[in-house]
Design a protein around this ligand. Structure first.
Ligand code: FE2
Ligand code: FE2
Length: 187
């Protein structure tokens, strides 16, 4: 197998594992989202993500390789972070929790965009036009989702910053008393 094809197959295995993880993670993110538009965005992207898995399988077929997943540690880390954010969000205000969730989702999209972008270029260079086309289709959906998340975050950011102005700055007060204590003990 030519060197570029080898890279292509290895990276496809990585992406397959990443997308499989997202098929499991996105329903949890949709469930955690409290803003109906954000929830809908996750649900829509779940359906698209199932399509991404299908396109990857088609790409393997075109390359005459077996559709095998290879553990993608990068995505594992991002999904774990997402789970932490979901757990922490339960204690937070709606807009703040949703904002953090949208942020976690955008990290995932950026990771995918970088993966698909590179791989599409490799596929083009290796002369696998059909594979490159499949990867470009998925790339476009990841980019669209990334943009949508930015749009949905804007009003959430607005709401979250309003909450901020009303709240007393407890942390600063704690910090101040701590430094008062340490300056006393320093004498
Ligand atoms: Fe995807
Ligand atoms: Fe995605």
């Amino acid at each position: 197998m030519p060197a570029l094809d080898e890279i292509l197959v290895e990276e496809l295995q990585d992406l397959l594992h990443a997308e499989n993880q997202l098929v499991k993670a996105l329903p949890k993110m949709a469930k955690a989202a409290r803003d109906p538009k954000l929830r809908e965005a996750f649900q829509t992207h779940l359906e698209e993500t199932k399509g991404h898995v299908e396109r990857l399988k088609q790409a393997f077929e075109l390359l005459g390789a077996k559709a095998k997943a290879k553990p993608c540690k990068g995505m594992q880390g991002l999904v774990e972070e997402g789970q932490e954010i979901i757990a922490e969000g339960k204690e937070k205000e709606e807009a703040v929790a949703d904002l953090a969730l949208a942020g976690a989702a955008q990290k995932v999209e950026h990771y995918e965009i970088s993966g698909y972008g590179t791989l599409r270029t490799v596929a083009e260079r290796a002369g696998h036009t059909k594979v490159a086309k499949l990867l470009a289709q998925t790339l476009a959906e990841e980019e669209k989702t990334d943009k949508l998340l930015t749009e949905l975050s804007a009003p959430l950011l607005e709401q979250a910053s309003q909450g901020e102005e009303e709240e007393p700055e407890e942390e600063d007060e704690q910090q101040a008393s701590k430094s008062r204590r340490s300056s006393r003990s320093g004498r």
